[in-house]
Write a protein that binds this ligand. Sequence first.
Ligand code: AMP
Length: 275
Amino acid sequence: MRLLTTKKELFDAIPRDLSIGLVPTMGALHSGHASLMKLARQENELLVASIFVNPLQFEALGDCDDYRNYPRDLDADLKLLEECGVDIVFAPSVSEMYPTGIPLVWVRTGAMGEKLEGASRPGHFDGVATVVSKLFNLVRPDRAYFGQKDAQQVAVIRRLVADLDIPVEIRAVPIIRGADGLAESSRNQRLSPEERKNALVLSHVLNKLKARTIDIADARAELAQAAGVKLDHLEVVDPTTLEPLNDLSQPALAVAAIYVGPVRLIDNIEITNQQ
Ligand code: AMP
């Protein structure tokens, strides 16, 4: 495995005669990331993983506690990536990625990036789409892998490659959860044991929605009243367009975000038509 930190090294290191898989990450890697690596390893001859905490997709372009407190542990990440059989790790500095500072030209994700997560995090998906476009240009992968945990991100990236004709296949990988049901997330590290217990209400409520033992209004109420939790949003949407669906009679995705203490957690579940 090679660790590269400059764009030139990366560009030069990539052979053009092999199939290439790319897994973009922000590091602080866990079993969710490992499952992306595993599928990408199976499907490609060369596997590239990137580690970059992208300031553009954080509040105030990274001038915020969420960016500063985002967990970073390159040594542990490299160990996990080595075990996953990654060939090239690209871990650039912020100035390497953005040598002239905040870029002038961005990718705009429009209405799709402004709803749900984007409503609470203005500009977030523009920042994601901009950095992912740069990574696509640098690596030119055949396939790129994203977790279903970030369902809106998957939908936005699919539109990015469709709308800009980027020749890459987007592969979505199912959510990996802890034994207690909490979706794995780098941000879980910041939860105290009690906060982690409080956070479990999120997956419990989504599971009840899927089982149809509660409706959307009950689900919202349960999250709003849960101990130590602040509800940000819970919506049932079309998985491709992210447009709200008013009933549960068609295939849908329930997507939610809560705050547990200062930590923002997201999760989602597919609701299949059982009629
Ligand atoms: P991040 O480092 O948080 O930007 O995540 C990098 C990639 O890993 C994204 O495509 C995420 O959706 C994916 N990912 C993060 N957590 C999980 C999880 N629990 N299950 C599946 N994929 C995940």
